[in-house]
Design a protein around this ligand. Structure first.
Ligand SMILES: NC(=O)c1ccc[n+]([C@@H]2O[C@H](COP(=O)([O-])OP(=O)(O)OC[C@H]3O[C@@H](n4cnc5c(N)ncnc54)[C@H](OP(=O)(O)O)[C@@H]3O)[C@@H](O)[C@H]2O)c1
Length: 257
């Protein structure tokens, strides 16, 4: 039994990918454009968004900064005046810097919160009234497996992704009964600008297009949660169940941190 209305035929569907100038968001936008959707792409980098439109004519570049409430609302207005409706919104914007409490940087913690979580709220505020009025549509949030449990060096990033996991669950309670789909994407490691600064070998690293393929497959099945690659996230799911007295020493041993 699917948890959301399955999304299989993208022909003529209107989709808005927020955080589409590179990485997972761009790869997902590209797959949707190739599948026949009307794709609006957002992020701060106007040049990258216009490059997407050059590659996929008919797409719409909507530059914005998710931390700026007014810029998100204005982009949404522009999308609706262009296409009149929205079938899918994916919040994929993200900020990530490794941080440990021994070098606490609250400014960067707040930056994570503003982009990764408050940004999602700004997008939610912009799209929800119209989605509720339509009684149809889908909201998808890209969080991370780093939101499942505390991890070393994820002091700034992890809590924002835990918040997104919780937000999506709360929204599902309220919106599924209104005919809306809500989904949560928890990737493992994907090779993108976001992870380019990692100074360790990332286990089970995948390319953005593989992530996009997994996401479209999850939407087609009507999944609530998509996590991948399973060879990595399956192990993390087991670790998620461990009691703290086992979890902490095991993670220390595995990561050396
Ligand atoms: N890569 C991984 O291993 C991994 C794993 C788990 C989860 N994720 C999540 O996946 C999502 C996509 O990340 P990615 O790996 O594909 O990295 P990415 O290529 O760096 O993409 C991040 C996107 O967020 C946008 N963005 C950042 N700050 C923004 C802001 N203030 N306003 C609007 N857009 C903003 C960026 O566009 P601009 O710079 O143009 O604004 C870019 O389009 C993120 O939420 C990330 O946390 C990634």
């Amino acid at each position: 039994m699917p948890m959301n209305p399955p999304l299989t035929d993208w022909t003529g569907r209107v989709v808005w990918i927020v955080g589409a100038s590179s990485g997972i968001g761009r790869a997902t936008a590209a797959r949707l454009a190739r599948a026949g959707a009307h794709v609006a792409v957002s992020g701060r980098s106007r040049a990258a968004l216009e490059g997407f439109v050059d590659t996929y004519p008919g797409a719409l570049a909507l530059p914005l900064d998710v931390t700026q409430r007014e810029s998100v609302l204005a982009a949404h207005d522009q999308l609706r005046s262009q296409w009149g409706r929205i079938d899918l919104v994916m919040f994929c914007a993200g900020h990530y810097r490794a941080q440990r409490a021994t070098a606490l940087d609250v400014d960067d913690m707040l930056r994570h919160q503003q982009v990764n979580y408050v940004g999602a709220l700004h997008v939610l505020e912009a799209v929800l009234p119209a989605l509720l009025a339509q009684g149809q549509g889908h909201l998808s949030f890209v969080a991370s497996v780093a939101g499942w449990r505390g991890l070393p060096r994820a002091l700034a990033y992890g809590p924002t992704k835990a918040a997104l996991n919780n937000l999506a669950e709360c929204l599902y309670f309220d919106l599924a009964s209104q005919g809306l789909g809500v989904s949560l994407v928890n990737p493992g490691f994907v090779q993108t600008p976001l992870t380019a600064g990692n100074d360790f070998e990332m286990p089970a690293l995948i390319q953005p297009d593989e992530a996009a393929r997994e996401i479209l497959a999850g939407w087609a099945r009507g999944d609530f949660e998509m996590h991948f690659p399973r060879r990595f996230t399956g192990v993390l799911r087991l670790l998620r169940r461990l009691p703290h007295r086992l979890y902490f020493p095991l993670l220390r041993r595995v990561t050396g941190l």
